[in-house]
Design a protein around this ligand. Structure first.
Ligand code: C2E
Ligand code: CA
Ligand code: CA
Length: 639
């Protein structure tokens, strides 16, 4: 094999690396630090393969053409000088891609460049020391012993890159991992082949191929950038933030949510949702570079601040808040936008990407003003996220449990029935109360499953015969109003109860008054339909809502449950007493039975005895307790 083959190897490397370069520049992937390092590696391979071709042409002419020597020597030196830089640059590239570069101290950076400078100094001294190579008297290229140092240094950088990869394995997505491992394998393969057979110039060819692999998998970020707005997308945010979290990098995130984005569509008459990005993009780019801006939803942007000392999240939040207090000029119009701005510090205040997306996707009400939320305020948003998980877990793993709280006749304080109240026992969050998880379950559409579970448990309990045995008339089951309005609701409820074959009149459904049902006609239809099937009905929490009295009392309830706040208010003021007394009188005149909730003391009980109330419920008698405890309780009452 002769120089022709050498030339072919170098030419192939040259063509591949130039092609990668052309692609990289035409697709404008040049502005990130990572891109710059990549281009740097490409330039090295392009120039090296060019030197290689010159050497392959020049060497056979050395004995005949005098002027060939300087050209060949210049090519050799350029080859060594540049090639020595390839592994260090690759090491830097891996540290940027893995995110560890942001964590390196200045000293670490200086230290890691020392071996590189040693090899460069060796090349510079080669004309005098001939420590790397020389041309012997027969114009033969001869390698010196010390050349091995260059290989050792290259191997050292490779090893350091492998270590980096090892430590940041979890921070890199599968595609990037694959590309970097591919790079290792191909390059090492090329070096080994060339080492075994000096005639096969495999090294550069392998490097060019490996760089092409990197381009296809790491540098091409088409799937990470929004084609319309040019900002990074959700996927990119997830990948990068995961990287920061795993590497425990100190960065601040600022999440900007425009709460009245629909105004843009109204003002411009355009249905294009990207207009918001168009309006704010220049301003955002004036704060941080484009590579640190992500657009996760049409109205949500996240800015990543890598250098807290230079610019921190709170400062940026204030800047943004200030800017959003002034109108935005767009197509000759002034548009005033409201925003909710949230800042968090990584890794302390945000420990996983799931929470990140709860923050990013949380629904913010339009408060007609711009608000800033700092990390600590986010706790409730993040808790909400955990709560959603807990609800799903509870449904999967039997975490829900029904508690019972007894109700009594005022007359003789005899047991009347019980209210079924759901609890959630979560392995992570502990025991959770319905006040917190029911509204969330309603929003995420899981309330129907919870209510079904409670109804089934109650049916099972009724079917056991125990409630009847102790003289209980019925068990109260809470219903979510939104549920009741769904088509097929009545059939669904009936099918569950029929499964257990229990008497429908022993189930008393409660619907809360405070939820303003917009569709009273439909609700009224559902209530009377369920009653036709034999169920009883109670209006819950009377006195907490501001619903239309006429509408609410047009519903066919058997019982009205007066909320504890009315009872407690009556103890405190004269006005409270008038309200409670007259509410009871009014409901009594309408011919509904009355239950008062929240009876905690003997005094309250005595006060109620003066009024025409039918039933009582409260901690004075018992808190809600698990089924077995409840059975014990009613057994004792009987004795
Ligand atoms: P609610 O229907 O008004 O239930 C009564 C709440 O008042 C219960 O809280 C009960 O523990 C509490 N309570 C009873 N007596 C007293 C008292 O003397 N003093 C005080 N301070 N509190 C008393 P809980 O169990 O936390 O339930 C809260 C709410 O969650 C319920 O209010 C109900 O709206 C909802 N909920 C509970 N279980 C279910 C369910 O299975 N399905 C649906 N859709 N909602 C439920
Ligand atoms: Ca209730
Ligand atoms: Ca209630």
């Amino acid at each position: 094999m002769g120089n022709d083959f050498h030339f072919a190897c170098f030419f192939a490397a040259f063509v591949i690396s130039v092609t990668c370069m052309v692609f990289t520049f035409t697709s404008k992937r040049t502005d990130k630090f990572q891109n710059k390092l990549y281009i740097c590696m490409l330039i090295i391979v392009v120039l090296n393969s060019f030197s290689g071709m010159m050497i392959a042409i020049g060497e056979p002419m050395l004995s005949n053409v005098r002027s060939a020597m300087p050209v060949v020597l210049a090519s050799q030196y350029s080859y060594f000088l540049l090639h020595n830089a390839l592994c260090p640059v690759f090491f830097l590239y891996v540290s940027v891609v893995s995110g560890l570069a942001y964590k390196q101290s200045h000293l670490q950076r200086v230290l890691s460049s020392v071996p590189f400078f040693i090899t460069e100094i060796m090349v510079f001294l080669n004309p005098y020391l001939k420590c790397i190579f020389y041309y012997d008297s027969n114009y033969e290229f001869t390698r010196s012993k010390a050349e091995i140092c260059i290989y050792i240094v290259a191997a050292l950088y490779f090893l350091m890159s492998i270590l980096l990869l090892w430590f940041s394995w979890k921070a890199i997505n599968a595609r990037r991992r694959f590309a970097i491992v591919y790079f290792f394998v191909i390059v090492v393969g090329g070096v080994v082949i060339q080492f075994l057979d000096k005639n096969i110039k495999g090294e550069l060819f392998a490097e060019a191929l490996a760089l092409m692999g990197l381009m296809l998998a790491v540098e091409m970020e088409d799937d990470l950038v929004d084609v319309n707005t040019g900002f990074y997308n959700r996927k990119a945010l997830r990948m990068d933030v995961n990287n920061y979290i795993v590497n425990k990098t100190n960065v601040d995130l600022v999440c900007l949510k425009v709460s009245n984005a629909e105004i843009i569509q109204k003002v411009t008459g355009s249905a294009n949702v990207d207009l918001l990005a168009e309006i704010v993009s220049d301003y955002l780019k004036s704060i941080v570079s484009r590579f640190h801006i992500y657009q996760t939803n049409p109205e949500t942007f996240v800015l990543v601040l890598l250098d807290r000392k230079k610019l921190n999240g709170d400062t940026v939040a204030d800047l943004l808040a200030d800017r959003f207090n002034r109108p935005w000029g767009f197509r000759g119009m002034d548009i005033l936008l409201n925003a909710v701005i949230m800042t968090v510090k990584l890794p302390d205040e945000l420990t996983n990407t799931v929470d990140l997306f709860y923050m990013v996707d949380s629904v913010v009400p339009n408060k007609n003003e711009t608000t800033v939320l700092y990390g600590k305020d986010l706790a409730h948003i993040l808790r909400r996220g955990e709560m959603e998980n807990a609800i799903a877990r509870g449904l999967d793993e039997n975490g829900f449990e029904v508690y019972y709280q007894p109700t009594f006749y005022l007359n003789g304080l005899k047991l009347h029935g019980a209210e079924a109240l759901v609890r959630l026992n979560d392995p992570i969050m502990g025991r959770l109360f319905p006040d917190e998880f029911i509204p969330i379950a309603e929003q995420i559409g899981m309330i129907d499953m919870i209510d079904d579970f409670v109804l089934r448990q109650v049916c099972e309990f009724l079917k056991s015969g125990i409630p009847a045995q102790y003289g209980m008339e019925n068990i109260n089951v809470n219903l979510s109003v939104l549920q009741c309005l769904k088509p097929g609701f009545v059939e669904h409820i009936c099918s569950i109860v029929d499964e257990y074959d229990v008497d429908k009149s022993t189930i008393n459904f409660e619907i809360t008054e405070s939820i303003a049902a917009s569709d009273y006609d439909r609700l009224s239809y559902v209530v009377s339909d369920l009653k036709k099937h034999g169920f009883c009905f109670a209006m819950d929490d009377y006195g907490t809502g501001y619903s239309n009295m006429q509408s609410i009392f047009s519903l066919d309830f058997d019982i009205v449950k007066i909320d504890k706040s009315l009872l407690w208010g009556a103890e405190e003021t004269e006005l409270g007493r008038i309200i409670l007394g007259n509410s009871i009188k009014m409901i009594d005149q309408m011919g509904r039975r009355i239950l008062v909730e929240g009876v905690e003391t003997k005094e309250q009980l005595d006060m109620l005895k003066e009024l025409s109330v039918d039933y009582l419920q409260g901690y004075y008698f018992s808190k809600p307790v698990p089924k077995n405890e409840f059975i014990e309780y009613i057994k004792q009452g009987k004795e």
